[in-house]
Design a protein around this ligand. Structure first.
Ligand SMILES: [Zn+2]
Length: 496
């Protein structure tokens, strides 16, 4: 497992005053053994006056002056240690297509520059000027994301003012939610299979009083008619499972039903993937992992909503028991599906998840799923923007906007009514893989047929990648990203 060996301690700086006020140099000398100091600044400020107590010499002041306009990072050695300035000052474009940096994303994504700059002793004091709560949270998220997967021991000690501490800690906690998801995705598929994934979820909520867990194992799935996920998982030694986690909050006005795709390894089945595409298929449970990460945030923050999570767990494996192209599978809602491609298995598992949510007869205000579903969406949107499909363009626009602020981008995709024709079968209700272009759209259409949102229910589907192919920002290496945890967190906060 990819356990981090980094401890991050945030403590209140002795003699720290309000975040926007300066700490006198003499006080610092008296109060702190810290050597390194980071200034976080947002907006237009003259840095020279802000730093005047630092006794900087002229070349240093000149360097700092270059930062007066715009955003950037700068650092140098001083007599007392490393001094760094991370500054955000950007006019956000009206055009959301740009997905400009916000103060939240800027501090989240750039804090790694400062940590890299420090020597082994990563003790530092933070002084902030005009930072929003969001910017401080972003700073905390960035620290936590950066700490992920370190194999050597590292201690990061941060001294801040009391007011800043609270927001930074919120960020650290959200960072843990994201890293929880990353760790599941990065776990090798011989260790994380449907059974071990199910056990992790079971154990996590065992003693949580606002949560309950119900599990359908493979024989219960067959007995209860969940033929789609059963078909997908039947070639594998372990699983499949539908794991239902209920979160109940007193005073909740809205209820959410959420399904996550948890294909712990996707060989493609008998329509087998070429090696190049199979190599990273441990990540095909990225949707379920992001939902699991979200439950960590819910457990910590206890938002006032009710949520029914369904983790659709299976391995798409090859054996004499595997489902075949040409098979007709029976869904729990009475519909039949002709298999055209065994590699289009995620939508089958998710459809069973939706069938399950329908079967518990709750009126949901919101229904959604999250899945690493199609290669087609990556061709269209790249590896960092998830496809958003919805029955409500109003809610969709709101989600896109929230995704910008969260630095966890979504883009709304069309769902034209004629797409349904691609899914017609002469011998069943549907085929599982649409022919022709727009594979992400036909996949979404398939799911919508099973989510069947009524007029009062907002439905959306997120097609994600959940992975970065190289290091960037606070992600120090190739691997899982916990995609959509941040935007879903913000979205839930907006509806509670
Ligand atoms: Zn597949």
């Amino acid at each position: 497992m990819n356990k981090s060996r980094v401890t991050i301690t945030v403590k209140t700086a002795i003699n720290a005053k309000k975040s926007s006020k300066k700490i006198e140099n003499s006080e610092l000398k008296k109060s702190s053994k810290l050597k390194n100091k980071l200034f976080l600044i947002s907006g237009k400020e003259s840095l020279e006056s802000f730093l005047k107590d630092e006794n900087l010499n002229s070349w240093q002041l000149k360097k700092i002056k270059n930062l007066n306009n715009g955003s950037g990072f700068m650092s140098f050695e001083t007599a007392r240690g490393v001094l760094g300035v991370l500054k955000y000052d950007q006019k956000i474009s009206d055009n959301i297509c740009d997905f400009d940096s916000t103060d939240y994303t800027y501090f989240r994504d750039n804090i790694s520059k400062w940590i890299y700059r420090l020597d082994e002793e990563k003790d530092f004091e933070v002084q902030t000027l005009k930072l929003s709560k969001d910017a401080l949270t972003g700073f905390g998220v960035g620290l936590e994301l950066f700490s992920y997967g370190y194999t050597e021991n590292m201690k990061i000690n941060v001294s801040v003012s009391k007011e800043d501490k609270k927001e930074i800690q919120k960020g650290l906690s959200l960072g843990v939610s994201i890293n929880t998801s990353r760790e599941l995705v990065d776990t090798p598929p011989n260790l994380l299979n449907p059974k071990t994934f199910k056990e992790i979820i079971e154990k996590e909520f065992k003693n949580e009083n606002q949560f309950s867990v119900k599990i359908l194992n493979s024989s219960q799935l067959v007995k209860n008619g969940f033929g789609l996920i059963s078909g997908v998982g039947q070639g594998s030694v372990e699983g499949p499972y539908l794991v239902h986690v209920t979160y109940k909050s007193k005073g909740a006005k809205k209820s959410i039903g959420a399904v996550g795709k948890g294909i712990t390894f996707d060989s493609g089945g008998l329509d087998m993937k070429p090696s190049k595409f199979m190599r990273w298929m441990k990540k095909d449970m990225g949707g379920a992992a992001s939902l699991y990460g979200l439950t960590h945030w819910i457990k910590t923050e206890k938002p006032k909503v009710n949520v029914d999570f369904v983790f659709a767990l299976a391995e798409n494996s090859v054996s004499e028991k595997s489902f075949r192209p040409g098979d007709i599978l029976n869904a729990q809602n009475g519909k039949t599906v002709e298999i055209h491609n065994t590699d289009a298995e995620g939508r089958l598992a998710l459809a069973s998840g939706y069938n399950y949510l329908k079967s518990i007869n709750k009126p949901f205000d919101y229904l959604f799923d999250i899945a690493t579903l199609t290669g087609a969406i990556k061709h269209g949107l790249g590896d960092r923007v998830a496809g958003l499909f919805t029955n409500s363009s109003k809610e969709g626009s709101k989600l896109v906007e929230l995704s910008h602020i969260s630095g966890d981008p979504l883009w709304m995709m069309p769902q034209p009514h004629w797409t349904g024709a691609q899914l017609k079968s002469p011998i069943a209700d549907y085929v599982n893989a649409g022919a022709g272009y727009g594979g992400a759209i036909s996949a979404s259409e398939f799911l919508k047929n099973f989510a069947r949102p009524d007029k009062k229910t907002v439905w959306f589907h997120l097609d994600t990648y959940a992975w970065t192919d190289s290091a960037r920002d606070s992600f120090r290496k190739k691997g899982a990203t916990g995609q959509a945890v941040q935007v879903l967190k913000r979205w839930i906060s907006s509806i509670e």
